[in-house]
Design a protein around this ligand. Structure first.
Ligand code: GH3
Ligand code: MG
Ligand code: MG
Ligand code: MG
Length: 368
């Protein structure tokens, strides 16, 4: 502790650590709590990082020593402005121990700043304060702090309170994970992992309104595996499932990042190609088709050769497009592809897919 002139006796109660101990034998003292360490270690392992904001250098170093020993990766700063900057940055620590009185911003002001971003991952904030008046504590909590500890504090109490914070953050993590899982299941096909029918139909509706705004055209491809029933019959349903998964993977590998692909039905897939004309969409359909037939799918029941047929429809540029009409045309084109021998792409005429324009009023006839 050489060079530290500030007293830190107000920071930690003597029953745990005193100034006399700290410089020379704090390691031994830290070791003395080893029995309690074991059952707390699991929770601490899950903690990513913790921010300490404390302007008193001795207190700061001591806090840092404790937290590091308990397994927390620590970021330590000495003023409120730096603390707010770190907590507002990407990948910020999710636990913070903030001193109340600090240069720049006080602890409660840092809390307020952090709470101004409710959309960000939650930060559990523990205020550290020499103030013990009820009014002060209420002010601290109202500023957005989750908990507080009055100086001098007991190191084990700090540790236990950090565990409470960790439990709350863990609970939040699992709620977020459950929400994301539900969101994924609501929008994706379980077997193939690509978008489900609802999502890809939404993409078509979005493109219908976008092409009016931007005066562009877009294309859709309805793809159906050929004689897929035979695959199930010859190799079994599990092999059939593997073929569907691999088909989804091959289609996804052919499209651009801003195209959409979804499972439309059993062995039918739908691709939406924004800002694409007839030439581009037909070209994409052919790329997908040839990729699908390029090599057999390796399944547990053996290699399975597959082909697909595609129906392609493209919206008319700068005209109102009805998504149902577009899907119907792609479906008809797919039917033609099947009739014409399968393993091919057929195209629906662009002019057919615009919605009928409202009838223009006819000029009155004037007989001369
Ligand atoms: P076509 O070339 O005319 O399209 O013939 P097809 O055999 O592919 O068409 P059909 O509609 O007769 O058969 C589709 C088959 O797809 C029947 C159904 O059991 C199978 N299928 C649908 N969904 C799944 C699935 O999730 N897994 C498996 N393994 N098979 C599926
Ligand atoms: Mg201070
Ligand atoms: Mg089908
Ligand atoms: Mg089929």
């Amino acid at each position: 502790m050489k060079g530290c002139s500030v007293s830190w006796k107000s920071c930690v109660r003597g029953d745990v650590v005193s100034r006399a101990h700290f410089g020379s034998s704090h390691k031994a003292l830290l070791k003395s709590s080893a029995g309690r360490d074991a059952n707390m270690a699991t929770a601490e392992k899950r903690v990513k990082r913790i921010l300490i904001a404390e302007d008193d250098p001795v207190s700061r170093r001591m806090l840092q020593a404790f937290l590091t020993k308990w397994g927390y990766p620590v970021v330590a700063v000495s003023d409120g402005i730096e603390a707010a900057r770190i907590l507002e940055a990407d990948d910020a620590p999710t636990l913070a121990v903030l001193d109340w009185m600090m240069p720049g911003l006080e602890g409660p002001q840092v809390c307020q700043r952090v709470r101004e971003h409710p959309d960000r991952p939650y930060t559990y904030i523990l205020l550290l304060t020499a103030r013990s008046q009820k009014g002060d504590l209420l002010r601290g909590l109202e500023s957005g702090a989750d908990d507080y500890l009055t100086k001098p504090f007991d190191a084990q109490e700090l540790r236990a309170r950090l565990h409470v914070g960790q439990r709350i953050l863990d609970l939040q993590d699992s709620l977020i994970a459950a929400r994301e899982e539900l969101r994924f299941r609501a929008t994706h096909d379980v077997l193939t992992g690509i978008a489900n029918r609802g999502v890809v139909l939404d993409a078509i509706n979005r493109e219908c309104s976008r092409q009016i705004r931007e005066g562009s055209s877009f294309g859709i491809i309805m793809l159906d595996l050929d004689r897929f029933k035979n695959v199930n019959d010859a190799y079994g349903h599990l092999a059939g499932d593997a073929v569907l998964r691999e088909t989804a993977r091959r289609i996804t590998g052919c499209i651009r990042p801003y195209d959409h692909v979804g499972r439309y039905g059993g062995e039918e897939f739908l691709v939406v190609a924004p800002s694409s004309d007839a030439f581009g969409t037909l070209g994409l359909a052919e790329r997908i088709r040839t990729t699908i037939q390029s090599q057999p799918v390796m399944t547990d029941a053996g290699p399975v050769a597959i082909t697909a047929s595609c129906g392609v429809a493209v919206s008319a540029r700068e005209k109102l497009v009805d998504s149902h009409a577009l899907l119907h045309l792609a479906d008809q084109a797919l039917y033609r592809a099947k009739e014409m021998g399968r393993n091919r792409s057929e195209f629906a005429v662009a002019a057919e897919v615009s919605a009928p324009a409202p009838e223009a009023p006819q000029p009155e006839r004037v007989d001369s």
